[in-house]
Design a binder for this molecule. Structure first.
Ligand code: Z57
Length: 876
């Protein structure tokens, strides 16, 4: 394990940029190095710190100007509530967004360095798992760029996403010490503190918490691109209400005396490392409530500085809940309005349901949060009581509708009704007889009617209930957080067109039936600043030259104008040369971190994303085993015709995800076998790049020629790396899933390698798979190699192989066997097209030209207009 390199960081030095006139950036950097980064030995790390602290000061200036202006103007704000913000590095992004690259390039040259050299010293801020967290970060960039008043709100985890390393051919997890050298990108706000309570009981209807912590704010300035606007990401840290319990201290119990401090520390200690799977831990719920409560209290406090009456809150604030993680906001806003600010239930509900909106990011059942009533009632007794009341009122409000629906259904099932009636009548008669009397005719009828009403309506109402019985553990009641979010929100959206349809038909149909207008789609997007302009400056320069302007960085629709250049052979040659350059950079990186030397001639084929069975990295791996086998068996003539490939995998497996860890193990084993097999040479290299994160992605994506987005149809809500790859001129091989579909519509499906079954077929195929025998011979051959130990450790891979190949065990839930043949055929098409480099390049240009739609500026503009009603408010 690498030792922790700790620098001593003091308070930031004052900037020489204060005041007007020409600034001496080099002097700023030197002063920051001397007075802020004291103690550290001179070198690139210290220089980075100096540069960062000098940029920090400029950010603070911009931040204060923007926030003061917004405070004065008092426009409506959006508050993006998210348990995750996957920010990555800040230096280059901040320098470029603020238009300081010229000054800093010059200053660093004077100091014998460069921005490229110092930027690599920065540690990623990895306060997120994957897509959902990175989306939040892209959204902040776009909100600031579009001058939209709004903040992000989240948690200042002291340990972000774990660092992934490889040991003995397997993934190991190491802590992420991202704050060790201080954090130049945040401003601590000791004056902004709120109390957050947990546990305790209700006394005379009032909540008396059993435990309290203080939430303290840290602000992370978010500079927009080519605008003065500098927005805010406010992250909360937890402090004990009293550092030491003096009574316990005096009584000699030192450990108990610091108990409070330990409990507070625990709340913000670490990000849960699960992407799209839920871990029902009480501490996780504590984290969620902690940041939600602090954020709502903070917003209300600022609102009340300007307004006396909370009834106007919906005109000034909108809370966008990023997945169900912040959904306790519905109950907490109700509690604050009723218990703290004295509003009636009805008034509070009217405000809440005009202020809160919800984004769903998954349909995977294991990711949909359901908290046991027992856990909620213990940690948040008042909130559980409010959720019960919300649910009771909700069910009462729809009872007539449901009864009507039931009546209709029953009418259609007349025979069944008659039977039920007869049974009810018999029952009533028996009861009457037991009491020694006959049933009057009208009494008989009433009994029949009542039985019918009560049973069927109550049964039907269960589907609408926020509180439901656990189907796997009868008797345990659960709060369905997605249902709470839907009932409490004025807008609910999915993240790609297909996903927004699936949530309507499969996840929330009973709610759609009641308020169809609440459901929307907002197809995801990515910021073109980080994901094209800054990570691929060479390609960006060529685009700017061709279009005669760099306006495309802010207006992505202009990329369309690149299309004619695809027909120009000399432009194609330059495009291809840049792709080669980015491939060479990636090859150098592969050599540096894995030791493998790869040629830059082969097709660079990449799959980077969290490891999950539904994303089917295993299917990719099986296909590579077959490719390896084919190479081994080929004649020299056949080998000469093959298209060589460098196949790269990257991604973290959640630390407790058994199958995902085995998939990483298999890829590493294949890599070891294939790359060291002298028969193979440059025809195939398989690389697992450890610790895939934002900064790795910035190197990998520009070097890709083919990227894989091969989830089982209907499982990947959107995907966002597919957009980044497409914008960098990489082809997509993928399924009709998530945003792949819209990328296909924009790029032209003839330019994608689409394979596999469609979402509509999945349910049927899952039924049929019990008898699945139609294995492709390539599939069988490849899996037989794994079983025979061609990649070592056959026992270790047993369960993995069984999960897709043994219908008595894993059942191949994600239908790898079904899609394998068409996947292999699509891969053959890839090889065929790659042999025609002119055509390949032509289409690569078409990819970049066609996908401006996937700029997060477009996404955020839609959120602002169609959900938030927030107006651009640029500084004059
Ligand atoms: C996460 O990264 C996503 C969904 C979740 O429910 C959780 Br928890 C984490 C991802 C989806 O899997 C992607 O398909 C999607 O592109 C991304 O969220 C952003 O919407």
């Amino acid at each position: 394990m690498q030792p922790r390199a700790v620098l001593e960081i003091n308070k930031p030095a004052t900037s020489s940029s204060n005041g007007s006139g020409k600034q001496d950036v080099a002097a700023d950097i030197v002063a920051a190095e001397k007075y802020t980064v004291t103690g550290a030995p001179a070198g690139p790390s210290k220089l980075y710190q100096g540069v960062a602290w000098s940029v920090h000061n400029k950010l603070v200036d911009a931040f204060e100007a923007t926030q003061a202006y917004w405070k004065e103007k008092d426009p409506k704000h959006v508050y993006y509530l998210s348990a995750e913000f996957l920010m990555g590095r800040t230096l280059t992004n901040a320098v470029h967004n603020m238009g300081l690259e010229g000054e800093y390039a010059e200053a660093l040259k004077k100091l014998g360095s460069s921005l490229e050299e110092v930027r690599s010293q920065e540690l990623d801020a990895a306060l997120g798992n994957g897509g959902l967290g990175r989306l939040a970060a892209c959204f902040l960039d776009s909100m600031a760029t579009l001058d939209l008043p709004g903040w992000g709100y989240g948690i200042r985890y002291r340990y972000g996403m774990f660092r992934q390393a490889v040991k003995d051919g397997l993934q190991v997890e190491l802590p992420d010490y991202w704050l060790d050298n201080g954090n130049p990108w945040e401003i601590r706000r000791p004056a902004t503190q709120f109390k957050v309570g947990f546990y305790g009981s209700l006394q005379d209807g009032k909540w008396v918490p059993g435990e309290e912590v203080i939430a303290e704010a840290y602000d992370v300035p978010i500079p927009g691109y080519k605008t003065k606007t500098c927005s805010n990401l406010r992250l909360w840290d937890a402090l004990p209400t009293t550092e030491l319990d003096l009574q316990a201290f005096n009584a000699g119990d030192y450990v108990k005396a610091v108990e409070q401090k330990r409990k507070a520390d625990e709340i913000t200690a670490v990000l849960y490392p699960n992407d799209a799977t839920e871990e029902g831990k009480e501490l996780r719920l504590k984290q969620q409530f902690f940041f939600v409560s602090a954020s709502l209290q903070d917003t209300i406090a600022r609102y009340l500085e300007k307004h006396s009456d909370l009834s106007g809150l919906p005109e000034k604030a909108c809370f966008q809940m990023n997945d169900t993680h912040p959904t306790i906001a519905v109950a907490e806003l109700m509690r604050l309005l009723i218990d703290v600010h004295g509003l009636s239930y009805d008034d509070a509900w009217a405000i809440t349901t005009k202020t809160v909106a919800y984004t769903n990011h998954t349909v995977m059942p294991e990711a949909l949060e359901k908290w046991p009533v027992r856990v909620l009632a213990k940690l948040l007794p008042r909130h559980m009581q409010l959720i019960e009341e919300i649910n009771d009122r909700w069910l009462a409000s729809i009872k007539d509708h449901v009864a009507g629906k039931v009546e209709k259904e029953l009418a259609a099932k007349a025979a069944a009704v008659a039977e039920a009636k007869a049974a009810a009548k018999a029952e009533a008669q028996a009861a009457a007889k037991a009491e020694g009397k006959e049933l009057a005719e009208d009494e008989e009828e009433a009994a029949e009617e009542k039985k019918e009403e009560v049973d069927h309506v109550a049964e039907a109402l269960k589907a609408y209930s926020i509180i439901q019985e656990n189907q796997w553990n009868k008797g345990e009641m659960l709060v369905n957080m997605a249902y709470l979010a839907v009932v409490g929100s004025f807008a609910v959206n999915g993240v790609a067109a297909i996903h927004s349809e699936i949530i309507k038909t499969d996840i929330f149909p009973q709610f759609v039936e009641l308020f169809p207008e609440r459901f929307q789609n907002k197809t995801n997007g990515v910021t073109l600043r980080r994901w094209l302009a800054y990570c691929n400056p060479e390609l960006s320069a060529l685009i700017t030259e061709a279009l005669g302007t760099d306006a495309w960085v802010k207006d992505a629709s202009l990329l369309e104008k690149l299309k004619p250049f695809a027909e120009d052979a000399s432009f194609r040659a330059r495009w291809r040369a840049i792709k080669q350059q980015k491939k060479a950079a990636l090859a150098a990186h592969i050599k540096e971190v894995t030791g493998y030397e790869v040629s830059t001639e082969p097709l660079f084929d990449i799959q980077v994303k969290r490891i999950h069975e539904y994303k089917r990295q295993f299917m990719n791996a099986i296909s590579l085993i077959y490719r390896y086998k084919t190479i081994k068996e080929a004649t020299p003539e056949e080998r000469a015709k093959m298209v060589p490939r460098v196949c790269v995998f990257g991604g973290k497996a959640a630390s407790a995800y058994y199958m995902a860890k085995k998939i990483v193990g298999l890829v590493l084993s294949i890599s070891e076998t294939v790359n060291n097999d002298p028969d193979v040479g440059d025809l195939l290299k398989v690389v697992f790049l450890p610790n895939y994160n934002v900064s790795e992605a910035e190197i990998i994506i520009p070097g890709a020629e083919l990227s894989q987005h091969i989830s089982t149809a209907g499982t990947e809500a959107s995907g966002t790396s597919n957009m980044k790859f497409a914008l960098n001129g990489s082809f997509i091989i993928g399924t009709m899933d998530g945003a792949n579909i819209e990328i296909g519509e924009n790029t032209g499906f003839e330019n994608l390698f689409i394979f596999g079954v469609k979402a509509e077929e999945i349910n049927r195929l899952r039924e049929e798979r019990k008898d699945f025998k139609d294995y492709d011979p390539r599939w069988t051959a490849a899996l037989d190699m794994v079983k025979a130990g061609a990649f070592g450790r056959p026992d270790y891979f047993d369960d993995l192989v069984a999960s897709v190949n043994d219908m008595t065990r894993g059942n191949d839930w994600f239908l790898l066997a079904n899609d394998f043949a068409s996947y292999m055929d699509a891969q053959d098409e890839v090889d065929k097209l790659y042999r025609d480099q002119e055509e390949w390049t032509r289409r690569s240009i078409i990819y970049t030209a066609s996908n401006g739609f996937f700029s997060s500026d477009r996404t955020i503009d839609q959120y602002a207009r169609e959900i938030w009603s927030v107006q651009p408010t640029p500084l004059p």
